[in-house]
Design a binder for this molecule. Structure first.
Ligand code: NAD
Length: 390
């Protein structure tokens, strides 16, 4: 159980780029980072509107002269200080991730970046090489992948409790973009423009969460081929999609189906995961994050509850709330931020042995998301053809 005990020598000096007062995801970063005393928020370029960003930063407790107008000012200002930040989180629209990450790594800062990480695989490879050369960590914030029941599913698959994996069924849908974008706010406008969103809308925005979580549960099987059908029900979003279905063939013969949509009218938003093997299945959804449904063929179904002693050690070790209370998204983000802090601490010590076995969503996780998106787009552009996964 995680109980706030310190696992690194001292808090990391932390800054944020983006995630300002009107940003959707900034609070999740601060919830994740500030919970265990592993990060201290000391600087930020929080907002495109510099005055609003400064006012916001000061109200978060950051001193005014460390609330910068731009990411470039932040990097220059902080690297000039002896007590400057060591790690920075990037919670800005997709098109800024690559340039800002490159500049931060170049200045010697560890980075925690939002997904989808970058636009292209070439950018991912370049940044991975730069991070390696500098001995710096790049973490990626896949929100729910720190949840104890996600790691319970992984433990059950690893122990063979499901048998051979046959079916992978993944869904992340909501209806928040069912209408047109005439009066849409900034967060929808940049998401539906390929210049600012990248090669996809919902596939990158929500599909990458499904894909990475499935990789955690099923590390032993890989996608071999896929077919992607994508569509913009609101035509102004073309060539991007607000709805997509992806069929996947895995290298053990398993079949996968993934559905993402932001025009699932009436749905307030849910992620659903179901992994079916030759003996049994597990299902988990963020609508009921405390519960895992475990069904063995020929036996009554079982609901496993987070934090209970019958779960595996991997799951219990990262539980925060205990079985009586809900364990949710904020708790998962805290785990992700803690794991990234431990990776940064190890990188600072040069502890390669620790880093080789330490689990956290890093540059490889971000890169695999971008790789999956590139394959989806290639398939869709070829008329929803089956393509070999490259
Ligand atoms: P948003 O448009 O709501 O907010 C973006 C914020 O960044 C705003 O505060 C804006 O002023 C600021 N900003 C924009 N450009 C900037 C720049 N160059 N320098 C400094 N600040 C800048 O966007 P959002 O929904 O919060 O999404 C941001 C990123 O987070 C996207 O990559 C998105 O895909 C990702 N996201 C991830 C999750 C998750 O669960 N991991 C959830 C939501 C969004």
């Amino acid at each position: 159980m995680i109980n706030g005990e310190k696992t690194i020598s001292r808090p990391l000096r932390w800054g944020m780029i983006g995630g300002g007062r009107t940003g959707q995801v900034g609070y999740k970063h601060r919830t994740g980072a500030l919970r265990d005393g592993t990060y201290q928020l000391l600087a930020g370029a929080f907002d495109l509107d510099a005055d609003r960003g400064r006012d916001f930063g000061v109200k978060l407790g950051v001193v005014a002269d460390r609330c910068y107008a731009t990411s470039q000012d932040l990097i220059a200002g902080e690297t000039a200080r002896d007590d400057g930040i060591e790690v920075v989180s990037i919670a800005t629209p997709n098109f800024t991730h690559y340039e800002i990450t490159k500049a931060c790594l170049g200045a010697g800062l560890h980075v925690i970046c939002e997904k989808p990480l970058f636009f292209t695989l070439a950018e991912c490879e370049e940044i991975a090489a730069l991070a390696r050369q500098k001995g710096l960590i790049v973490g990626v914030t896949y929100g729910y992948t720190g949840h104890p029941l996600v790691h319970q599913m992984a433990a059950m698959v690893k122990k063979g409790m499901l048998g051979e994996i046959r079916i992978v069924d993944l869904e992340y849908t909501h209806g928040f973009n069912s209408g047109d974008d005439a009066a849409a706010g900034e967060a929808v406008r940049w998401r539906t423009n390929p210049k600012t969103a990248g090669p996809t809308f919902v596939l990158g925005d929500i599909g990458t969460h499904l894909y990475y979580l499935s990789e955690i549960v099923l590390p032993h099987i890989k996608v071999e081929k896929l077919l992607c059908d994508r569509k913009a029900f609101i035509p102004t979003r073309e060539p991007l999609e607000d709805h997509a279905t992806v069929l996947m063939h895995y290298n053990n013969g398993a079949r996968g189906r993934l559905w993402v949509s932001s025009v699932d009218a009436g749905n307030m938003g849910s992620q659903r995961y179901r992994f079916v093997g030759s003996k049994a299945s597990v299902s988990w959804s963020d609508s009921h994050p405390d519960q895992l449904v475990y069904e063995v063929q020929g036996e009554p179904g079982r609901i496993l509850h987070h934090g209970m002693p019958y779960l595996d050690a991997e799951s219990l070790a990262i539980d925060r709330m205990g079985a009586l209370h809900t364990e949710g998204l904020g708790d998962s983000w805290s785990n992700i931020y803690l794991w990234i802090a431990e990776a940064i601490d190890a990188a600072k010590r040069g502890d390669q042995a620790f880093l080789r076995t330490h689990h956290y969503p890093g540059i490889e996780a971000g890169t695999e998301g971008v790789r999956w998106l590139a394959n989806c787009v290639r398939s869709a552009d070829a008329g929803s053809a089956w393509v070999d996964f490259q």
